[in-house]
Design a protein around this ligand. Structure first.
Ligand code: HEC
Ligand code: HEC
Length: 249
């Protein structure tokens, strides 16, 4: 009954419900689940929804978060830069790819609660945040070059990466042992051994890995759970400063 009334994430369309006594507690439970890094049930996940998303843009402060603000999201006509029109599909992507959850697990009470929470952020008639978010991830594989400024890179690292990766160079405070230590882990792996075809030297390789990983979350067959950063969040120019932090010894 609750499911039919609410829609939740189990159904493609979210329908709001007049019965506040049912909806409000469910939305509150959803808000708590959105903050819980154990919500997906995967031992490999350390992220909560709120690791990557805020409610309103101002709540991010200085931080650059990879996911869009969620206020108004339930009323947006499309998601993931127009790749899907279904809210459920938009959330399943995060759930499966970043949080290592099983899509089926959103069919039950967890999906209902998260759906009610998203719905509560976009009450009927809401206009705030309801326009589609323009986030693009152009598939450029170019080498951004050695011209970036590491000092500016450190500032950007603090705003965009430290949230998960912890302190630069030591990883202190990172979300867990499965989160790489930047830049050490990358340099240890990519400043030696065989170079992929077309990559001229290790310095270029380290820059390309850093760039592609940050822009797409994957590179040359690398998978993982790191979210991609759209150009609207980090431009290629800013990315060149970040990449300058990845210098082979
Ligand atoms: C590791 C980071 C990360 C986590 C964790 C995460 N997301 Fe996302 N989410 C993203 C990224 C990146 C996008 C695509 C960029 C964007 O928001 O447009 C996205 C997109 C979305 C969108 C579509 C926004 C739009 O307008 O395009 C919704 C809705 C959403 N996420 C909800 C959730 C919910 C609910 C959770 C928790 C169950 C969650 N996300 C967990 C990173 C994350
Ligand atoms: C939401 C959490 C999160 C954020 C934010 C994040 N990362 Fe990551 N990153 C990860 C995780 C988890 C891994 C390890 C798993 C994987 O490879 O996806 C990783 C891996 C990496 C790697 C690969 C390291 C290796 O082993 O070679 C690089 C490079 C990297 N991140 C750079 C960055 C940079 C630069 C930023 C900021 C612009 C950033 N990350 C922001 C979670 C995050």
């Amino acid at each position: 009954m609750i499911r039919r009334c609410l829609g939740g994430l189990a159904l493609a369309a979210l329908v709001s419900c007049a019965d506040e006594t049912v909806v409000a507690p469910l939305a509150e439970r959803g808000a708590a689940l959105a903050r819980d890094p154990n919500v997906s049930g995967s031992q490999y996940n350390r992220f909560a929804c709120t690791t990557c998303h805020v409610d309103r843009p101002a709540e991010a402060g200085e931080r650059i978060l990879p996911g869009a603000p969620l206020r108004g999201a339930a009323r947006r006509p499309s998601y993931w830069n127009g790749e899907t029109t279904h809210l459920r599909e938009a959330v399943v992507r995060c759930w499966v790819h970043f949080m290592r959850g099983r899509a089926e697990d959103l069919e039950g009470p967890t999906g209902d609660a998260l759906g009610a929470w998203l719905e509560s952020l976009s009450p009927n008639g809401a206009t705030e945040g309801t326009a589609p978010i323009a986030h693009t991830w152009p598939r450029s594989t170019r080498d951004l070059g050695a011209g970036g400024d590491p000092a500016r890179g450190r500032v950007l690292y603090q705003r965009a990466c430290a949230n998960c990766h912890g302190a630069f160079g030591s990883g202190q405070g990172r979300l867990g042992p499965l989160v790489s230590i930047v830049p050490q882990d990358t340099l240890a792996e990519h400043c030696q051994g065989e170079l992929p075809a077309g990559v001229p030297d290790y310095a270029s390789y380290a820059r390309q890995v850093a760039y592609q990983k940050t822009r797409h979350g994957s590179f040359l067959g690398y998978a993982g759970s790191m979210p991609p950063f759209a150009t609207e969040l980090l431009s290629d120019e800013e990315m060149a400063h970040i990449v300058a932090l990845f210098r082979c010894p």
